[in-house]
Design a binder for this molecule. Structure first.
Ligand code: NAD
Length: 506
């Protein structure tokens, strides 16, 4: 049970139901904290089943009208929403930095990637086009339709308060569905601002709703008979739980989980280029990215040189509050998470890995209560160590040494996570072999964080995604629509004989 830390004096974030801010019925509250100061800034309601019911009922009421709105008109509302997102780009990014802690330029970039999903779905009339085959039999035509699935829900993580919700609801709404978003209770404010902007763009009442909360709200959504499809992004154990529960409840589901992303550095790589790329990919957003590189797999010949370059660059990082100019890396999300990361560093040292840089005990002058931890670099890590096996989700980069690329590929393919990976090389042949043999959903060739652009789909393999469809892009459109095939015949005056055999039409 969450205990409000300063209830009474702090504002409570409302829910968003029927296109307006509404207080929650639930009395449970959580704290929203500024990670750079460690101060609680507002309260968030932890919704109960009655709150969820109200949001789903609103989405259900809105469904018939929205489903029957021509896709072009739906697209025009999303075009206006896109213009409003652009106009409020920095305001949204500031909310991200306030509640998540990442630097403002990084937050701006993440909002931009979300806006690009809205741009993609403004082409929804084209994306929903079906197929048509005339004369599949004498006087018989067949065509396919894609129709909305109904009320959809999105459950999102703390690390991308704007971008990850934007992976989901613009696509769902463009396809004619209505939506209930359950953002991370740690970062609730940006979702509320997006709800206001959707209203300003002309979205009808009930098409988009927001409930805040924890497991209680999530379970109420998963068990609600009127929720037809669930998109989840978060950690692997919860993703698996969401997938299993939805399978039991008969709901369509895509559940994206955690990651341990490897970058392979081959002997012919440009080591300066690779080291620069890896520093940003490992320590950007304090390592709290599902596409962060957290493991470097270096071939032995270049490992010493690479580690020296990584040490030099990581040692110079400017760590501080995300709103300050020139900062490379902000705090992590919470005190508990900072302590968990430090405990992993303890384990790495105890297991015999070489701590080239040790971020424990780091603090920022004037921000002693902030959740800061320094950049950490381990060398000579082995696959049995917890710093390699587990997703740490912090600024901890581990280096493993191998003799050949085949060994690197085997190591990556044996890891339970399979979100993203990268290879650094000057050889087209090696890159091609890597791309074909690696069993990971998103692959970068000399690109450390290969996040697909909005008109491709985003998703990992194995424990990084449970479900069949990736998010946004063409697979997002397929996830939020159901296929239907219509076979038509328009009889003329001739009476058709009754048929008792399997119809062959021709
Ligand atoms: P989390 O799994 O703790 O929470 C995600 C969502 O699930 C939140 O909305 C939370 O309220 C809800 N939740 C938490 N515990 C729950 C429970 N027991 N039952 C039901 N719902 C529950 O994840 P997080 O800490 O917010 O985010 C970090 C994780 O998300 C990392 O593992 C990261 O790799 C992953 N992530 C993955 C992707 C991806 O695309 N694969 C993208 C971003 C983040």
């Amino acid at each position: 049970m969450n205990k409000p830390s300063d209830a009474g004096t702090l504002a409570t974030v409302p829910l968003w139901i029927d296109n307006r801010a509404q207080p929650a019925l639930s009395a449970r509250r959580g704290d929203v904290t500024n990670p750079a100061t460690g101060k609680v800034t507002r309260q968030v309601p932890l919704a109960n089943a009655r709150d969820v019911d109200a949001a789903v009922a609103s989405a259900k009421r809105a469904l018939p009208g929205w489903r029957d709105t021509p896709p072009l008109r739906r697209a025009r509302i999303l075009m206006r929403f896109r213009e409003l997102l652009v106009a409020h780009h920095e305001e949204l990014a500031r909310l991200v930095t306030d509640e998540h802690g990442k630097t403002l330029p990084d937050a701006m970039g993440s909002v931009q990637r979300g806006i690009e999903v809205v741009e993609f779905v403004t082409g929804i009339p084209h994306l929903l086009k079906g197929e048509h085959s005339p004369d599949v039999g004498s006087g018989v035509d067949t065509y396919s339709l894609r129709q909305p699935v109904g009320v959809c829900t999105g459950i999102t993580p703390f690390n991308f308060p704007v971008m990850v919700p934007l992976w989901m609801f613009p696509v769902a709404i463009a396809c004619g569905n209505t939506f209930v978003l359950k953002p991370s209770e740690k970062v609730p404010s940006a979702s509320m601002r997006m709800a206001e902007l959707l209203k300003e763009a002309g979205l009808p009442d009930g098409v988009f709703n927001v409930v805040h909360g924890d497991k209680e709200a999530v379970d109420a959504l998963l068990q609600h008979p009127d929720v037809r499809a669930v998109s989840f992004v978060g950690s692997t154990p919860i993703a698996k739980y969401i997938y299993e529960t939805c399978a039991k409840e008969g709901k369509r589901v895509q559940a994206l989980g955690g990651a341990k992303n490897h970058a392979v550095v081959l002997a012919d790589a440009d080591l300066d280029f690779a080291a620069d790329a890896l520093i940003g990919a490992a320590y950007g957003s304090a390592g709290e990215r599902c596409m962060a590189i957290s493991a470097v797999v270096a071939v032995e010949e270049v490992a010493d040189q690479l580690v020296a370059k990584l040490k030099h660059a990581a040692g110079k990082l400017n760590i501080g509050p995300g709103h300050d100019k020139g900062v490379d890396m902000g705090p992590v999300i919470s005190r508990a998470h900072r302590d968990k990361i430090a405990a992993y560093i303890d384990q790495g040292v105890a297991a015999g890995a070489v701590a080239v840089l040790d971020g424990r005990g780091f603090s920022v002058a004037g921000h002693d209560a902030g959740f800061f931890i320094g950049a950490t670099l381990f060398d000579r890590v082995t696959t049995d160590m917890s710093i390699y096996r587990d997703e740490i989700f912090g600024p901890v980069l581990v280096v493993l040494r191998v003799k050949t690329m085949d060994e690197a590929i085997a190591m990556i393919n044996a890891n339970p996570y399979a979100n993203g990976t990268a290879v650094f090389t000057r050889s087209g042949g090696a890159a091609r072999k890597f791309e074909r043999e690696i069993e990971v959903g998103m692959v970068g060739i000399n690109v450390p964080i290969p996040v697909p652009i909005a008109y491709y789909s985003f998703g990992g393999w194995r424990n990084s995604l449970f479900g069949d469809q990736h998010v946004h892009g063409p697979e997002g459109v397929r996830f939020y629509t159901r296929g239907k095939v219509v076979t038509t015949r328009w009889p003329d005056d001739r009476a058709l004989p009754a048929g008792f055999n399997m119809p062959t039409l021709g």
